[in-house]
Design a protein around this ligand. Structure first.
Ligand code: NAG
Ligand code: NAG
Ligand code: NAG
Ligand code: NAG
Ligand code: NAG
Ligand code: NAG
Ligand code: NAG
Ligand code: NAG
Ligand code: NAG
Ligand code: NAG
Ligand code: NAG
Ligand code: NAG
Length: 798
């Protein structure tokens, strides 16, 4: 009897937890705009549209920004997008509008009125009067076009040659390389796209025409003015199926189709499947994933999946005195954004058809898992560690995919997009991801022998000067133990990142039967010390990462650690100043504190980096309004506000990190202080709200102060970590006050019911079998922690 009732209440509890619709708190537009009104640049660059967690299809509108900065004209609806990466646009397949098809811009449309966005749903209205609604499934999308009654004719243009042009051109911009489309009444199929309409059109024609470009940049094969497209016969009045196909041919002609309806058809709904393998697979996805023509069904299915697989993994009270709607929106929206990427393309891997590995199928997360294509080292710092807790099965697949890519293509990716590795900004940070998973015990079906071999490839066999994959400055790194300023670009940021990468190798080597490598890579992980100059001063502080020549001499001529010039590929540091990078040695904080002159000096320097009006580097739109040297919109700085932990001054970490969250994260269009970077920025906020922060490549979490009185987190598939926060003193029944109030300073902590005297804990304590962390909080900062400071497991002094 007893057992039965326990089971029953467990079931009851589980189903109760499941029915909460957390999706209602998601604002998919957070990060949709930059710091200046109407300016997208410098904002989250997030994807807005219909998508599932880690889904392949991200169905949304494409826009063209006339001067890169401003929310632009709608150029179409397409199926594949990335989220938050900045940089050049990618993809764009299916499109709707009205004609001259080849004179690229004639059908581009201004949006009018406010867009509506919810989980699984997006709606916008075009100046032509057409309303577009859309939703997405895993490999398919559904779009509903409502035409104004005044229109005599309604057209939908399907343009296989549509893609997203980049104004400035450059190596990462897209080029259309041809395609083929064939019609069969109300359905059509193109290369890897498949669509059908609910109402058969009155007319359906293919078109073909010269390869014109939206940007008039290249691929213009003659100087003639843009001609007209040549149309095929109407698929409804011709029986000649051979002419229902248009294909690009050797000149990469543009191809597509135009579908037309008479005035009696005010609403046209279309379903599209996509596959990287075959049109028949795309068709199957379309029929299985979107079985009905009712767009709401797809929306409802998306909402259910997001609630089940993502939002219900972190449960907080949505009603009652402690519930704060703003905080609910910030929490669930952040979870949403960090699950838009990577795309799980398992079974959809066209690389299997490449000559290098014909016929192979492998686990494949297609897009951008580790650092995104445009920001330094994004997701390795604190995003993947949340996947580890919340999505262990998927995360195991992501790790296997990294290793599979090494096996089949030679290197693990640092950034990956369009099924290709690319754009390494600093280190080979897949090493950090693997080490982080390894030290926390992730095993499953991961072949760690292969994993370590993939890491060793990065550490020992770099393609010289490459930014595609691996480490591009191994010549210096292996030979000198640092990256020299005369030998390679980005010498300082690469040196600190390679240091952590090699620490990552040392921890995996320790468990994977390579004991000889442990000491070797530990030694290499201290490389940052070789490029640390104790005599360089800035703002009254001594000792900074400093450019060093290959012959061992320093070159501090004109060197200012608070500046990084363009902070780009050719600079001494990538997208953060040496001041900021000088704090990024998580594996050996003990040596770093010593290098900075001891605890008092280290604390003074930390205090300084948060002072307003100290930044010298012009951050432009990518950090507008940020006047501190520390920039929370930038990944290298993510851990910096928590470094007071290493002085047992946890209260200062809590105060600084909260102040940053409070100042820069909002339920607003400009709601994140920079590109979301595939969810990296959003995951930083999730950790902040949980009152924890992970130390990358270590099984260690720093204890901060949660924003909610009671949080249940599902970890390790089906275990529960419960985090509570209670006001201290005589007020102990009150829940902790929310952000903005003063009562967030930790007074004491219990872990699994036992008093806790350290400001950190190990993964095994609460993340494997679940457990409890109880915070007691109050108005006054106190030094409650008396135990050891967080570890420096890579401690090694040269
Ligand atoms: C971009 O457009 C905005 C708004 O029309 C304008 O203020 C700005 O000067 C333009 N920038 C360039 C580089 O043309
Ligand atoms: C197409 O074929 C059908 C059935 O064979 C026939 O009824 C129709 O007249 C044909 N249409 C044309 C345009 O040839
Ligand atoms: C779809 O859902 C919306 C919002 O819940 C509702 O207004 C509309 O009537 C629904 N449409 C259909 C066809 O069910
Ligand atoms: C967390 O779980 C505990 C134990 O099942 C339950 O009593 C509590 O109400 C839950 N809190 C929330 C916010 O779900
Ligand atoms: C809810 O939290 C926000 C900050 O996230 C704060 O500004 C606001 O005052 C809180 N609201 C209430 C009613 O406590
Ligand atoms: C694991 O990977 C290694 C290295 O590629 C390989 O030799 C070994 O056969 C793999 N083990 C399994 C079980 O697949
Ligand atoms: C550490 O690395 C340096 C530079 O590569 C090398 O000279 C030294 O011998 C190494 N020491 C150990 C103990 O491996
Ligand atoms: C290294 O090269 C620089 C520039 O050529 C020179 O000034 C310096 O003396 C050299 N240092 C050593 C140790 O040879
Ligand atoms: C030292 O740095 C300055 C400033 O970047 C540069 O002009 C100079 O050529 C460098 N000297 C050497 C020896 O590389
Ligand atoms: C920072 O500079 C701005 C503009 O000069 C000034 O208004 C503000 O008071 C300064 N803040 C601090 C803390 O010095
Ligand atoms: C808390 O942080 C704010 C913002 O950085 C700072 O102004 C304040 O002095 C800090 N308070 C304490 C007690 O550290
Ligand atoms: C390549 C091409 O035809 N580009 C055209 C796109 O549209 C603009 C504006 O109509 C034209 O100026 C370009 O020539």
């Amino acid at each position: 009897m007893a057992l039965k009732s326990v089971l029953l209440s467990a079931l009851l509890h589980f189903s109760l937890a499941e029915v909460v619709d957390y999706a209602q708190y998601v604002n998919p537009l957070i990060g949709g705009s930059g710091p200046f009104e109407g300016l997208a640049f410098g904002g989250g660059d997030i994807f807005v549209g219909g998508a599932l967690p880690f889904g392949v299809a991200k169905v949304g509108i494409d826009t063209y920004e006339p001067n890169v900065s401003f929310a632009g004209l709608v150029t179409g609806v397409s199926m594949l997008h990335e989220s938050g990466t900045g940089g050049a646009p990618k993809y764009g397949v299916v499109e709707a509008g009205t004609i001259n098809i080849l004179d690229n811009r004639t059908y581009w449309q201004q949006r009018v009125g406010d867009d509506t966005a919810r989980v699984g749903y997006f709606q916008t209205r075009l100046e032509s009067g057409v309303a577009v609604e859309l939703s997405g499934a895993r490999h398919a999308g559904i779009m509903r076009y409502s035409f104004p009654t005044s229109n005599e004719e309604r057209h939908v243009l399907v343009d296989l040659s549509h893609y997203l042009p980049q104004e400035s051109g450059g190596p990462s911009s897209q080029v259309y390389l041809g395609g083929e489309i064939s019609l069969n009444g109300a359905t059509y199929q193109g290369h890897a796209t498949y669509e059908g309409f609910d109402t058969p059109p009155d007319e359906a024609k293919t078109f073909r025409g010269r390869n014109t470009e939206p940007m008039a940049r290249h691929h213009v094969f003659s100087n003639e003015p843009v001609g007209q497209a040549v149309f095929g016969p109407n698929a409804f009045s011709s029986n000649d199926t051979a002419t229902m196909t248009a294909s690009s041919g050797p000149m990469n002609d543009r191809v597509g189709a135009v579908f037309s309806w008479k005035a009696e058809t005010p609403v046209v709904t279309s379903r599209v499947g996509i596959s990287f393998i075959s049109a028949s697979k795309a068709c199957k996805f379309k029929s299985e994933e979107i079985p009905t023509w009712n767009l709401n069904d797809t929306v409802d299915a998306a909402v259910a999946e997001w609630n089940r697989d993502v939002f219900s993994k972190i449960r907080v009270a949505t009603e009652g005195e402690s519930a704060n709607r703003t905080n609910l929106v910030l929490l669930y929206s952040s979870l949403y954004f960090m699950h838009l990427m990577p795309s799980d393309r398992t079974g959809e891997n066209p690389c299997g058809t490449r000559a290098s590995h014909p016929g192979t199928t492998f686990t494949h997360f297609g897009e951008q898992f580790i650092p995104s294509s445009t920001r330094t080292v994004d997701t390795f710092r604190c995003t993947v560690s949340l996947y580890h807790l919340l999505q262990p099965a998927s995360y195991e697949g992501q790790i296997r995919s990294l290793i599979d890519i090494w096996r089949h293509e030679g290197y693990m990716p640092d950034g990956r997009s369009g099924n290709f590795n690319g754009l390494v900004q600093g280190g080979s940070n897949a090493d950090n991801v693997l080490a982080d998973a390894y030290v926390k015990g992730l095993r499953g079906a991961i072949n760690w022998t292969a994993g370590y071999a993939a890491m060793r490839k990065n550490a020992e066999h770099g393609p010289s000067a490459s930014i595609k994959e691996g480490r591009g400055a191994l010549d210096d790194w292996v030979g000198l133990g640092y990256v020299s300023v005369d030998g390679n670009t980005r010498c300082l940021s690469r040196t600190v990142e390679y240091s952590l990468n090699d620490y990552a190798l040392s921890v995996v080597a320790a468990g994977e039967g390579a004991p000889g490598d442990v000491q070797k890579y530990l030694n290499r992980s201290a490389g940052w010390q070789r490029t640390w100059n104790h005599d360089v001063t800035s703002r009254g502080f001594s000792g900074f990462l400093t450019p060093r020549l290959a012959n061992g001499s320093w070159n501090a001529t004109g060197y200012n650690p608070a500046l990084c010039g363009d902070c780009e590929w050719k600079s001494i540091t990538y997208e953060a100043t040496p001041w900021e990078y000088s704090f990024t040695v998580p594996h050996d904080m003990q040596s770093l504190i010593q290098y900075m002159g001891g605890e008092t000096e280290f604390e003074r320097r930390l205090d300084y980096i948060f002072q307003p009006n100290t930044s010298e580097q012009d951050l432009e739109a990518n950090g507008a309004g940020i006047t501190t040297i520390m920039n929370i919109g930038n990944e290298p700085d993510f851990a910096t506000p928590y470094l007071y932990h290493y002085l047992n001054h946890q209260s200062k970490s809590v105060n600084q990190s909260r102040a940053l969250a409070n100042q820069y994260f909002h339920d607003a269009l400009y709601g994140v202080p920079g590109n979301s970077d595939a969810g990296a920025l959003n995951s930083w906020l999730v950790w902040q709200m949980l009152g924890l922060y992970p130390v990358v490549t270590q099984p260690v979490y720093l204890l901060a102060s949660p924003w909610f009185a009671d949080v249940n987190v599902t970890v390790n598939e089906d275990r529960t970590l419960r985090i509570t926060s209670r006001g201290g003193g005589g007020n102990s029944s009150n829940p902790a006050t929310a952000l903005g109030h003063s009562g967030f300073y930790v007074q004491s902590v219990k872990v699994n019911g036992e008093p806790w005297d350290r400001n950190w804990l190990l993964h095994d304590a609460v993340m494997v079998d679940g457990g409890t962390i109880e915070f007691e909080v109050g108005d006054e900062p106190v030094q409650w922690e008396k135990g050891d400071v967080p570890p420096s497991p890579g401690h090694y002094l040269i």
